[in-house]
Design a protein. Structure first.
Length: 526
């Protein structure tokens, strides 16, 4: 695949000015009349976020919606949405096929998790360099919402080959959610240490020893995150590259703290505080069902956990109440919340050779003004249509700011200055207070004392590596991941804890040292 991409890249350099995706109108000089391109520009667009929750009002569709109409009416750009799929995997496969055939749309999205796909596109010379056009055409509002400190880490050799839908990584930090109605029922105090959390798990299990257990656990990616509070309690950070005392990057999987966390997990399994069939990977489906059925009362999740999956628990048991807490430690050192250095939801890429790249930036300006200008035009009834926009940008830490504004509105009794998006949540909270449990989750997130307000008290540690896979990663990472997972499972299931030391030696010899060297070379270059 990579060889084919590079061949396509060499070919595209020779033919970029006559891309078959460009219409004749795009090869003529750009002229404007009253701020609109005349004749209109044509631009094909592939969007990868057409989820089931997109609400199409007034007969709108993927190809004909608020955004396609707005950019044509305001800018004279005709967007032809050529690809929009509900399945992310299906979209990625289709996009890969278009890369190989050099049949990419003029504008397309790459999902934030698909950094490999993005780097292949850039290496194959298929992405337009937007550095100068962004600097010249981006509005002051866009540059405020998308500051250089957010863009700089994402550039390649100082060049901007895409515009990211980037967000404050702090908003993705996990927290400890506990069923407080059970605490009250058992006469238990709120926890202050991780030992307290374990004691609460034991008490929750004792409510029905034959079915209850304490912590979600599993071997797939979702369940590894679901144990984040336990790992952080022991200052362990799996699958992350963190700074050591000398400022070098080291892999969290081989640090001594990981050994302590695995010993704790082994002890918890012996006590029945994780499911005895914890190695069955189901992407969290079983634990969600167990929470709904009253078998679990502790959940390590993000700020939006009340909307999902905790709202499902509330729907099943109206008496269920949950509260968010920061991570707690087993000793006098703080439990840090792991976060990504860069958090990107998606990348917007303009195909190299599109004759009027400034039109893309002007669409971004229009989207930003529509949502975040002096007179925002957000309609809460069709807010999910943002996923179909030709670009997306929002304030750094938007959700945290929303919660602060709503909380302030309640404190002052004045909601007149709320942004339309904030007002939507304010009205939902009012509906909950009036008895509509549908908005119980929203209230726990954005209301007074909401979970988003907790982030101010968190101490974070960064996963410092966010680059493309290094050469050694490409050839050796899969084997190292398998080695870690096997060791992880064996120790939790009762193997001698010193097996971890053997794993560390094997990890280093089987490619870990090579990867560490390359990661640090990358880090120093940044």
């Amino acid at each position: 695949m990579l060889i084919m991409l590079l061949m396509v890249g060499c070919s595209s350099k020779e033919t970029s000015s006559t891309s078959k995706n460009q219409s004749p109108s795009n090869t003529a000089p750009a002229e404007k009349k009253d701020g609109k391109y005349d004749p209109p520009l044509e631009m094909t667009f592939a969007v990868g976020r057409v989820d089931a929750d997109v609400n199409f009002p007034d007969g709108q569709s993927t190809k004909d919606n608020k955004w396609t109409r707005l950019v044509e009416e305001e800018l004279g750009v005709k967007l032809d949405v050529t690809l929009g799929m509900k399945s992310g995997d299906e979209y990625n496969q289709k996009l890969n096929a278009l890369i190989v055939t050099n049949d990419l749309p003029d504008l397309f999205t790459v999902r934030g998790s698909e950094i490999n796909q993005l780097d292949q596109i850039i290496e194959a010379d298929l992405a337009e360099d937007l550095t100068e056009v962004f600097d010249e055409y981006a509005s002051p509002l866009v540059k405020e919402l998308m500051p250089e400190e957010a863009l700089a880490p994402l550039k390649r050799d100082g060049k901007l080959y895409f515009l990211p839908d980037v967000q404050n990584p702090a908003e993705e930090g996990f927290m400890t959610w506990i069923r407080t109605d059970w605490l009250k029922k058992l006469g238990l105090s709120e926890p202050k240490t991780f030992q307290d959390v374990i004691a609460i798990a034991e008490a929750f299990k004792a409510m029905d020893p034959s079915k209850n257990y304490g912590f979600e656990a599993g071997t797939d990616a979702w369940n590894m995150y679901s144990l984040s509070g336990l790992f952080s309690a022991y200052h362990a950070y799996p699958n992350a590259w963190i700074k050591d005392a000398d400022g070098n990057l080291v892999n969290g999987n081989i640090q001594p703290e990981m050994k302590d966390a695995l010993q704790s997990l082994q002890d918890l399994k012996k006590k029945g505080l994780i499911h005895q069939e914890w190695t069955v990977s189901d992407d969290g489906e079983r634990s969600r069902e167990d929470m709904i059925n009253g078998k679990l009362g502790i959940h390590f999740g993000q700020w939006w956990a009340p909307e999902w999956p905790l709202q499902l628990v509330k729907d099943s048991d109206p008496d269920a109440e949950w509260k968010a807490f920061p991570f707690m430690s087993v000793d006098d050192k703080p439990a840090l919340h792991l976060q990504e250095t860069i958090q990107v939801n998606s990348y917007y890429v303009l195909k190299k050779g599109y004759a009027h790249p400034e039109a893309f930036i002007e669409m971004l300006n229009l989207v930003a003004e529509h949502y975040w200008g002096d007179d925002p035009q957000v309609d809460p009834r069709d807010s999910s249509l943002w996923k179909l926009g030709p670009a997306h940008v929002e304030p750094w830490g938007k959700n945290i700011k929303f919660q602060q504004s709503i909380e302030n509105a309640y404190k002052t009794g004045d909601n007149s200055n709320l942004h339309p998006g904030e007002m939507k949540h304010y009205e939902e909270i009012e509906d909950y207070k009036a008895g509509d449990d549908t908005y119980w989750g929203i209230t726990l997130e954005y209301g007074e004392g909401g979970s988003l307000g907790l982030y101010d008290s968190f101490s974070f540690i960064n996963n410092e590596f966010y680059g493309a896979p290094t050469p050694a990663m490409t050839s050796k990472q899969a084997n190292l991941d398998k080695l870690f997972l096997e060791t992880f499972i064996e120790i939790v299931n009762g193997a001698d804890i010193n097996k971890f030391d053997t794993f560390v030696d094997q990890w280093k010899k089987q490619g870990g040292d090579d990867i560490t060297k390359e990661v640090n070379e990358w880090y120093k270059s940044k």
